[in-house]
Design a protein around this ligand. Structure first.
Ligand SMILES: Nc1ncnc2c1ncn2[C@@H]1O[C@H](COP(=O)(O)OP(=O)(O)O)[C@@H](O)[C@H]1O
Ligand SMILES: [Mg+2]
Length: 317
């Protein structure tokens, strides 16, 4: 696999320091992800701790950008210094591919964890970034739903399995399959936040309605309350009248959930997926990367706000 490197300018920007300060700490023509990681530690530039956040990219509809957005999101958070675990839940193994690997090359997946009780630490793999790990997926995952069916506590398998490792990570990001079954129910029970990529078309409304009904029954039947739901419009093309109308309708129906940032339609995104790369690896200068960065900034700022908001409540409890 092609190695990964950063120019001095990119490295300085990732670390949030000037190129001069970077040259003062370590002067090189190109920097490796390990250099960035070590410099971050040495210069004490770690991002503020948020506690472990578990976030699920979900939409029961396929092709809305769950994989493109979740892999790019996880990758960028890791580049920015967070410890991240990306969990590929889809038997198509697209998130695994987006990190540059073939799912079929891995013997063990979450199936072994959820069904055969293998410790989750034994299926975690290292990526090209020192602080981004992942759990791969392949076709064998397509049998998970059936295998879980007769099991006791079948909705809680993923949540319980992750307890072993979650303290090691700042973020655990799940890339969901476009299906409505036990695996996604497990993912919903394991997550704290939901990130819902939608396309700006009217078909997406039906999907969203089903999703919110599911979230509500989760609350009522299983007592699981999500902290945040973020709806993200993806592949937005403002030159289409229908897309603008759909965006307006989303604003009216889901004002409290809709993120102000949209991810614009961007051919570099489509190319990145076919090359097996997150957008930040494929083309950091693309508008797709810029939009993802704004989305991440907004999510991080909302997480920081709620964390502050929750602190006094936690104390008095
Ligand atoms: N913002 C975007 N602009 C252009 N193409 C996109 C964008 N986001 C995703 N795509 C493309 O749309 C297709 C479906 O995206 P994907 O992330 O695989 O969706 P899902 O995981 O929801 O099925 C992929 O070919 C991907 O490259
Ligand atoms: Mg996908």
């Amino acid at each position: 696999m092609e190695t990964l490197s950063y120019s001095p300018r990119e490295t300085a920007s990732l670390l949030g320091i000037t190129p001069r300060a970077l040259a003062g700490a370590l002067k090189k023509d190109v920097y490796s992800p390990e250099d960035v990681w070590e410099l971050r530690g040495k210069l004490q530039l770690e991002p503020p701790a948020l506690g472990t956040r578990k976030q699920l990219f979900l939409n029961f509809k396929g092709g809305t950008g769950k994989t493109s957005l979740s892999t790019s999101y996880a990758w960028r958070l890791a580049e920015k210094g967070y410890g991240v675990l990306l969990v590929d839940l889809d038997s198509q193994g697209h998130a695994t591919k987006c990190l540059g690997y073939e799912g079929e090359d891995f013997q063990a997946t979450l199936l072994d964890v959820l069904v055969k009780k293998k410790p989750v630490s034994q299926v975690i793999q290292k990526s090209l970034l020192p602080n981004l790990d992942f759990i791969p997926s392949n076709l064998s995952m397509s049998t998970v739903d059936l295998a879980l069916m007769p099991m006791a506590g079948r909705e809680f398998k993923l949540r319980n399995a992750l307890k072993e490792v979650e303290a090691h990570y700042d973020f655990i990001i799940f890339d969901a399959p476009p299906s409505f079954g036990l695996l996604n129910l497990n993912a919903l029970m394991a997550t704290e936040d939901l990130i819902v990529p939608v396309l700006a078309d009217f078909l997406s409304f039906h999907g969203l309605k089903l999703l919110f009904e599911t979230v509500q029954s989760l609350e009522e039947d299983l007592g699981h309350v999500l902290d945040h739901v973020f709806i993200v419009v993806n592949s937005f093309n403002a030159t289409f009248k229908l897309a603008k109308e759909a965006l307006e309708a989303l604003k009216q129906h889901y004002p409290e959930y809709l993120m102000p940032q949209v991810i614009r339609q961007c051919t570099r995104f489509a190319q990145a997926s076919s090359e097996g790369m997150p957008i930040f690896r494929f083309d950091r200068e693309s508008k797709g990367a810029a939009d993802m960065q704004s989305l991440i900034d907004e999510v991080l700022s909302r997480l920081a706000t709620t964390k502050q908001g929750q602190a006094p409540a936690a104390k008095s409890a």
